[in-house]
Design a protein around this ligand. Structure first.
Ligand code: BG6
Ligand code: GLC
Length: 883
């Protein structure tokens, strides 16, 4: 309120100026409400881009006395030594490089002899400008303020710029591990055991604040639980006009004179960089209206900066304020009267009080936001305050106005004592722990991260093994068997008839009835379970079970009494002696039924039929691998489909090879489909350099150790296990699930590959990941959830890349075979991992394109499994026999 001073009535002009600079309580309430609105806009994902108050995430997730993260790992920080360096004025507008070089030189000087230490020295960087942070050690400068405008820094990662400058100075092993806003550093220093400090306020050259927000309200980050410190960057509040009704003509002049007109409107009403000039413009206006300095030449007041905020503060606060006013004015060459000094003091008071009141409105907005989001009736909170202007400003006013505007909050304003330094050290210590952890994680995962050169080598090795496998002399020593299938062509559309099909060896065992007609293919099918005891029991029991299933199916489909030709997808490595003769070479994928290896599986099926006295009901005409079934099935849709690929429980591929290259079969004409059995690639040791300790552990625990080594890096039966072993290693290193028991993780196969498919879904909230882990009795926090996700991503990416390297060898060989510069070919593909994983197929295709740029490869997903393909092969066999 404007009062009269010393009994003298106020001059009307003076009264007008003071009124303009005074914000009544009801308007302050509105400012608070608008601030809350602006803050919510900044927190909201949809409106964030347009928001004036940016509410930037800082990636600081707890305060020092909270549990966990900032529990000072290196003990307390009792000793602080510091040094202040004067910064040459011209640096502020020079090049970014010069600025960072200067900082690095200061650091070097500060460290003195210590700068040659070989010990790693972590550095926390308090950088009080608006930055978009994506990690503690990654912060892109959004825009300069407070008179800084160094070139080539905006839009760049400031941490990196500083690190580069430091590296140039060769300052030992100094590493920038955390960057934080000054508000954050301040907040960190003011917590007490009883009441956490969760808000900080800086009133200095500029003004800003930060607070611990509930993460679910910070929609610009992925985390959804816990708290994160948000740097409000409230200096820009009002840049959209929200403060227009309180701006005075003096504020407009100050803004126009600034290096950034139109922006940081709130800061220009509050920060010490501006208050002196606001007072100056008010004095100019009063002088023009003859309310001040009558008879004096006031031109000097036209110069920006002649009146400093420091002086303004002295004029209002010290007992000798009036004397200070006189001295200040006289120093400017003015000859003030007693009344001039008194009026100037009133203006100064009004400007500083307004600054305090606006800060209070902002602070009240933060407090109300916190209280609301936590659903509290009353909020008790410590607020750290720092900044030169705050030290000079009437605290009582900030305190009182805040209480008036947020009466439900019990605020304890605490003056930060050692500035941001101690807070920065605390954050740095945490960052250091995280950085150490990151280093360990990287080290652990490094062998799983393949370079392009690694993949090229795999491709070349695969090609080499393919050639060995095809050669008559070399076949016996090749890990890739390259089995002839006696399938000589893909479907041509003329195939007709009704068939039975069996599909054994994937996730499901299916029996199918397939009708191939002119109008298309109709399929009826049923899934039957093969219990583990049968998979791993006797061969007789397995084939008896299969025959039982066929009989059951025939009955249900009303096919009893009809003898349909049968195509058998048998997805295991077989030496094919003809289309309907296939000798099992070995079991894979967890099967181990006795007395089958070395026998013709068609014969085993017939014998089982005999045992059941239904041999007349069965007419097996073709046995195919699932890759072949898939290729044929897709070939029916697309004649360019000459490759079959499976990435499911197991992995394998087949393709059309030139007969002249197939040394293991007589004849030179035409082509034959080759079942590569690439799952065994590397079983001769040629991939040993790739296997990690985790792969070894997984392999050792399988029923076929040392076998199917390539498959064990890629397919669904094993990826979950690889992840589990990596997680166990992380637990052992104390990086994951610290201090929490996780006995379930010891259980084999507990971590299913389908979890990878869910966990890796793009944009899946970490709470969902957490729920999956909690189901496994793993009490993961968010940091841990994202680590688990990273492990999954690393494992599945490697699988996709290896698969691509294998496929690159295949397509490149086909291209060479045909003497083509460019090959266009389609891959028919099936398998749960390929179908269900959110990014496997994309990674596979990308890597393939990179490794085989001269091949245009199309991927065609097999729709109804490989049974259809087996039926088509049967159709060709039947037609061939008839003709
Ligand atoms: C099915 C095919 O769709 O995919 C099978 O019909 C094949 O023949 C299987 O073995 C492979 O995938 P998975 O994930 O079931 O092993
Ligand atoms: C295994 C089998 C192979 C099959 C593949 C995909 O690798 O040995 O025959 O094609 O799994 O199911």
């Amino acid at each position: 309120m404007v009062s009269s001073l010393g009994g003298r009535a106020l001059h009307p002009q003076v009264q007008r100026v003071l009124l303009a600079l005074t914000i009544p309580l009801d308007l302050l309430q509105m400012v608070k409400a608008r601030m809350m609105l602006a803050m919510n806009k900044g927190l909201n994902r949809q409106t964030h881009a347009q928001a004036t108050v940016k509410m930037l995430p800082t990636y600081i997730c707890s305060t020092p006395n909270g549990t966990g993260r900032t529990a000072q790992p290196g003990g307390r920080f009792p000793q602080l030594s510091d040094n202040t360096f004067d910064m040459p004025e011209d640096l502020m507008q020079g090049t970014g490089e010069a600025l960072f070089d200067f900082i690095a030189q200061c650091v070097r000087q500060f460290l003195g002899d210590g700068c040659h230490s070989k010990e790693r020295l972590p550095l926390g960087f308090v950088f009080p400008f608006s930055c978009r942070q994506t990690r503690l050690d990654k912060a892109e400068l959004i825009s300069w303020s407070k008179g800084f405008s160094c070139s080539d820094v905006e839009g760049k990662d400031v941490v990196q710029l500083l690190q580069l400058a430091i590296n140039k100075q060769e300052v030992g092993e100094l590493e920038v591990v955390a960057l934080m806003n000054d508000t954050v550093g301040t907040m960190m220093t003011c917590s007490t055991r009883e009441i956490p400090c969760e808000v900080a306020l800086i009133v200095d050259k500029g003004t800003n604040s930060c607070f611990m927000a509930d993460v679910q309200h910070v929609q610009t980050v992925e985390e959804t639980r816990g708290r994160m410190c948000v740097n409000t960057e409230w200096g820009c509040f009002g840049d959209d006009g929200a403060l227009d009704d309180i701006l005075t003509p003096y504020d407009q002049h100050v803004d126009e004179e600034s290096s950034n007109p139109g922006v940081k409107r709130f800061e220009k009403l509050v920060g010490s960089l501006y208050l002196g000039d606001v007072v100056r413009h008010a004095l100019i206006a009063l002088a023009a209206e003859k309310a001040l300095f009558i008879g004096s030449n006031v031109t000097v007041l036209g110069t920006k900066g002649v009146l400093t905020t420091q002086q303004v503060v002295e004029i209002i606060s010290s007992k000798e304020g009036m004397t200070k006013a006189r001295m200040t004015l006289e120093a400017l060459g003015l000859r003030p009267s007693e009344r001039d000094c008194c009026r100037m003091q009133q203006v100064c008071r009004a400007v500083v009080s307004r600054s305090a009141a606006l800060c209070a409105a902002g602070l009240a907005a933060i407090l109300s936001l916190i209280r609301q989001s936590r659903g509290l009736e009353r909020l008790m909170i410590n607020v750290a305050v720092d900044g030169e202007l705050y030290h000079g400003m009437p605290h009582v006013q900030l305190d009182t106005v805040t209480r008036l505007l947020a009466p439900e909050c019990l605020v304890n304003l605490k003056l930060s004592e050692d500035g941001t330094g101690r807070g920065a050290a605390m954050v740095t210590a945490v960052a250091l722990r995280l950085a150490d952890q990151r280093r360990e994680v990287n080290q652990l995962l490094a062998p799983l991260r393949l370079t392009r050169a690694d993949l090229e080598r795999v491709q070349a090795l695969m090609r080499q093994e393919m050639d060995l496998g095809l050669g008559r002399e070399t076949n016996a020593n090749a890990s890739v068997r390259m089995l002839p299938t006696y399938v000589r062509g893909t479907p041509d559309g003329t195939e007709r008839g009704e068939f039975l099909a069996l599909d054994l060896g994937g996730t499901n065992f299916r029996v199918l009835a397939v009708r191939v007609a002119e109008k298309g293919i109709q399929i009826a099918s049923q899934i039957y379970v093969i219990p583990t005891n049968i998979m791993q029991g006797t061969g007789e029991a397995l084939f008896d079970h299969i025959v039982d299933c066929i009989m059951d199916f025939q009955m249900k489909q009303d096919l009893k009494g009809r003898v349909l030709p049968l195509g058998f997808t048998f997805s295991f490595p077989c030496k094919q002696l003809g289309l309907d003769k296939a000798v099992l070479l070995n079991w894979t994928k967890g099967f181990s039924a006795s007395d089958c290896v070395g026998k013709d599986v068609v014969q085993l099926l017939r014998e089982a039929a005999q045992r059941k006295q239904v041999e007349k009901a069965l007419n097996v005409v073709a046995v195919v691998n699932d890759t072949v079934g898939t290729m044929m099935s897709c070939g029916y849709e697309d004649p360019e489909c000459e490759i079959g690929l499976i990435v499911g429980t197991g992995t394998n591929a087949c393709y059309m090879e030139e007969m002249q290259n197939v040394g293991t079969v007589e004849g030179e004409q035409g082509r034959m489909c080759i079942n590569m059995e690439w799952g065994a690639f590397g079983d001769n040791g040629c991939l040993d350099h790739l296997f990690t300790e985790f792969d070894q552990m997984v392999d050792e625990k399988t029923i076929n150790p040392g076998k199917q080594r390539f498959e064990k890096l890629i397919s669904g039966m094993y990826l979950g296990e690889i992840v589990r072993h990596i997680l166990l290693a992380l637990v052992e290193k104390g990086i994951l699930f610290q201090d929490k028991a996780c006995p379930t993780l010891q259980n084999r196969d507990i971590f299913k590959t389908k979890f990878l498919s869910t966990i890796e879904i793009d944009g899946l909230a970490l709470t969902k990941v957490q729920a999956i882990l909690w189901d496994l009795e793993l009490q993961a926090n968010f940091e841990e959830c994202s680590l688990v996700r990273e492990v999954c991503q690393t494992v599945s990416l490697r699988a996709a890349q290896l698969c691509a390297a294998g496929l690159a060898a295949v397509v490149e060989k086909m291209r060479e075979n045909r003497g083509l510069g460019q090959l266009a070919v389609t891959v028919g593909v099936d398998g749960t991992l390929y179908k269900m994983h959110p990014c496997f197929s994309e990674h596979l295709q990308q890597t393939l394109q990179d490794l085989a740029p001269n091949c245009a490869v199309t991927f065609l997903l097999s729709e109804d499994g490989s049974g259809k393909g087996a039926a088509l092969v049967a159709a060709v066999a039947v037609c061939g026999a008839e003709s």
